[in-house]
Design a protein around this ligand. Sequence first.
Ligand code: ATP
Length: 459
Amino acid sequence: MNFDNIEQVFENDNFKEIIDNLHDEIMVFDNNYTLVYINKASYRHYGVSPESMIGKKFQSFDGTYWGQSTLPIVYKTKKMVARKQITKLGADVLTVSVPIFDENGDIKYVAMSVNDIDSINKLSHQQCEFNEVGITHKNLVDSDVNLIYQSDQMREITSLCKKISKVKSPCLILGETGTGKSLLAKYIHSKSDRRDKPFMNINCASISHNLIESELFGYCKGAFSGANKEGKKGLIELANGGTLFLDEISEIPIALQAKLLQVIQDEEFIPIGGQKSIRVDIRVIAATNCNLLQMVDLGTFRRDLYFRLNVFEIEIPSLRERKEDVLALTYYYINLFNKAYKRNHTISNEAIKIIGSYSWPGNIRELSHTIEKLVVLVEDIEITAQHIPKHLYVYEKPKTTINTDNKSLDEMKEELEKQIIIKTYNKYKNSVKVAQELKISQPKAYRLIKKYIDNELNK
Ligand SMILES: Nc1ncnc2c1ncn2[C@@H]1O[C@H](COP(=O)(O)OP(=O)(O)OP(=O)(O)O)[C@@H](O)[C@H]1O
């Protein structure tokens, strides 16, 4: 075979198909640092298709898709180099890079084979410079916060967060449950000059209303009966110099909202039972999955606090609005749980398709729990469609047929509604899921189920 041209190497389609589907990753760079080939292992290691990587320069991947690469060393030493790395999606790999020379002895291509370390039994070190570098996730993601994404929406959000992190103004993060609001708050903190100072987190929904005040503001000696005799510092004081993250801010009692607003504005507060005010330097980030503006209109959230908090407002899209991230996160969690549970699972294309088409109402939290269960419970190496929980299969809207003879429009509408409710309820047996599927409120779904199904049952 003539190796003069990389195209010719792959002239035979069968041969290309074989390499495309090898479990090990194969990559080829030309002498201009351009990626000319990568096989489908790119999905597993980086969560993206080969097509989206081919043709791009090495510099656009290095440090983001993997840690420090062997490529520059191969160009420099003209020798084969092997190195352990961790890919962006957390796969432990061993990369072996081999130079391919032209007739003048110059490097024409660098071919890399990237093997998952778990599947390597033995590597011959002969004729090979073995260069082992312990790379942690720190080198691979933007910071020590493992924020995994491929979508343009998240790329824009992270670049906005980097800018926001440089200032002290409050920030409000919105998004459905499990979309990563807390993680993004940590990301902003980790990108800021405050990163070495505390990140204090309070979930306003998980603490009873009368305790939130003492948790946040602390109290002085003998402030109230049952309190710690020595008094207690509140989270605001503990966050001094750093970031205070108020999760589920919508749950903060209205009576406390004015006091919170004052701390954010004046950067000083008086602990419960105290005389003197304490000055603090804090950056406040708040998050909610509620419609705060609607709460403002209803009078359950202070307008001035809302406008103080949303100097910067970031809305994280749901996972179903950023399908590219589902793929990346799926591989990320397979790698993560494989390591945690000492498994070696792969996933079939069909299973990936099902995961990609599901709507993930619980977002990334639901996805991670689903993958964790699969990694633990599936006994075969490959996770296939048959292992995927049935509720993840995309539900096709029920086909309905109605008898229109002698019926008024209202009667026909009611008949149609009845069929849809019965079929959807039979599928899910749960009014929350019926509501999600039919895009109606849960109380409405419950009422319709009662109307059509309970009545049927009672007949
Ligand atoms: N982009 C991401 N990359 C990796 N993991 C993520 C990402 N986004 C979220 N997660 C993970 O998903 C889980 C849920 O994220 P998080 O708690 O930040 O969501 P949330 O929006 O604050 O949820 P809630 O509204 O219920 O408090 C966490 O385990 C988090 O680490």
